[in-house]
Design a protein around this ligand. Structure first.
Ligand SMILES: Nc1nc2c(c(=O)[nH]1)N[C@H]1C(S)=C(S)[C@@H](COP(=O)(O)OP(=O)(O)OC[C@H]3O[C@@H](n4cnc5c(N)ncnc54)[C@H](O)[C@@H]3O)O[C@H]1N2
Ligand code: MOO
Length: 387
């Protein structure tokens, strides 16, 4: 008798790519602009207006026409609707942001003018200090394309373009099933117990990657309880921590078989974190199995969970970040190695002492460097930043 059925291990980069490409984007919803940061655009957004909307003074000073000196005939402040006209030889005192009167050749900053007896004088202006209508944006200009993350500057740009409501992907829902008789959710663990470290880690990571706040369901090492928990509906993605290996209390494989799940990834050729899993239940819900050792579970998050969420969100793939690896890391051998690193001055510096059950190195790192099989010490490494 064998304890575990044979599984076909998937290469690390193939597993990651599968998680992203198998997922179809979730539905679209509209959110007010003020709530759009952190979401993923579901459609291109175009400008509804021109920016600036009118010829605008870029400095506080005088809008002048023709050669100086100029007779000052009035004043325009920001918000004025009808700034009037300046005739050659005259000037209008003007505020930054105010509409420039017709006929103006330039705005001369206060600092450059000499004033006296209703006249202002200045050397011939070298810059016009007028922002022309539509020089930044025109109606119909694409402000951002589908699949982009809405960042804080993008929210500002969308506002400039007259956006009030933004089409985004709804946040995928995640139910987090934390298995293990020994795992406790709060306080100090008793004899034989361990504090749940992976649960809080996955919740934070999934939220930052764009999911709605995961619901955490602790489940003891019991096949029927795990089965009942996976059957209960209500989430796009079920993340199961622990129970992924071949021990007597590791029931995930048996339960997935009971439920006729399709296993797309069952074991990944990486270290740590090889017992990770991606499966789909017949009703379409995804199951991500993460190894219980916390750093190994984190590796499962960056390998399968984050790319799956990217796919569900329709997020465009960013070009990989590759940098030099400082220090003297050994080549990884036959399987991909994930190494916690800090990125400083364009180099990835390994953070010492990463073991599968230890989180200290990862907690002090910016992300993990990916040492693919065949990697040689002088070649660059891809760095995956933690979401
Ligand atoms: N005979 C074999 N044994 C193991 C193998 C193997 O290939 N053959 N793989 C090892 C590797 S690698 C890992 S990783 C673990 C994965 O085990 P499971 O996913 O089944 O997880 P557990 O056995 O439940 O727990 C492993 C370890 O992690 C602790 N743990 C579990 N959940 C949490 C949590 N939420 N927060 C903090 N710590 C947790 C648990 O107490 C164990 O110490 O299997 C190896 N064995
Ligand atoms: O997933 Mo395990 O970490 O390789 O110990």
């Amino acid at each position: 008798m064998t304890h575990a059925e044979a599984r076909t291990v998937t290469g690390w980069s193939a597993a990651r790519a599968l998680a992203r490409t198998l997922a179809e984007p979730v539905d679209v919803e509209s959110v007010p602009l003020a709530l759009a940061a952190g979401r993923v655009l579901a459609a291109d957004v175009r400008s509804r207006t021109r920016v600036p909307g009118f010829d605008t003074a870029a400095m506080d000073g005088y809008a002048v026409a023709g050669p100086g000196p100029w007779r000052v005939t009035g004043r325009v402040l920001a918000g004025a609707a009808a700034p009037g006209v300046v005739e050659p030889g005259t000037a209008v005192e003007i505020a930054t942001g105010a509409p420039v009167p017709d006929g103006s050749d330039a705005v001369v900053p206060y600092e450059d003018v000499r004033c006296g007896e209703g006249l202002v004088e200045a050397p011939p202006p070298r810059r016009i200090h007028i922002r022309r209508a539509g020089e930044d944006l025109r109606p119909g200009d694409v402000l951002a394309t589908a699949g982009r993350d809405v960042t804080s500057p993008l929210v500002g740009l969308l506002a400039q373009g007259g956006t009030d409501v933004v089409p985004v992907r709804r946040r995928p829902s995640v139910r987090l099933v934390v298995t293990g008789d020994e795992v406790v959710q709060a306080g100090l663990p008793g004899a034989g117990q361990v504090r749940d470290a992976l649960g809080p880690l996955v919740i934070a990571l999934a939220e930052r990657a764009g999911a709605s706040t995961p619901e955490l369901v602790p489940v003891p090492d019991d096949r029927d309880r795990l089965r009942a928990t996976l059957i209960a509906d209500g989430a796009d993605v079920l993340v199961v921590t622990g129970s992924s290996s071949v021990g007597r209390a590791d029931h995930l494989h048996a339960v997935l078989a009971d439920l006729d799940a399709v296993r797309h990834v069952d074991g990944v050729a990486c270290r740590p974190g090889h017992p990770q899993l991606l499966a789909r239940l017949p009703d379409g819900r995804w199951v991500v199995g993460l190894p219980g050792n916390p750093f190994a579970g984190l590796v499962g998050c960056v390998t399968l969970l984050a790319p799956l969420l990217d796919g569900l969100l329709g997020r465009v793939e960013r070009p990989p970040v590759r940098v030099r690896l400082a220090g003297d890391a050994q080549p990884p051998g036959a399987v991909t190695r994930l190494l916690p690193v800090r990125v400083t001055d364009g180099a990835a510096v390994p953070v010492a002492d990463a073991g599968p059950a230890r989180l200290r190195a990862a907690a002090d790192a910016d992300g993990v460097a990916v040492l693919e099989p065949g990697w040689q010490p002088d070649s660059p490494v891809e760095v995956l930043h933690f979401p």
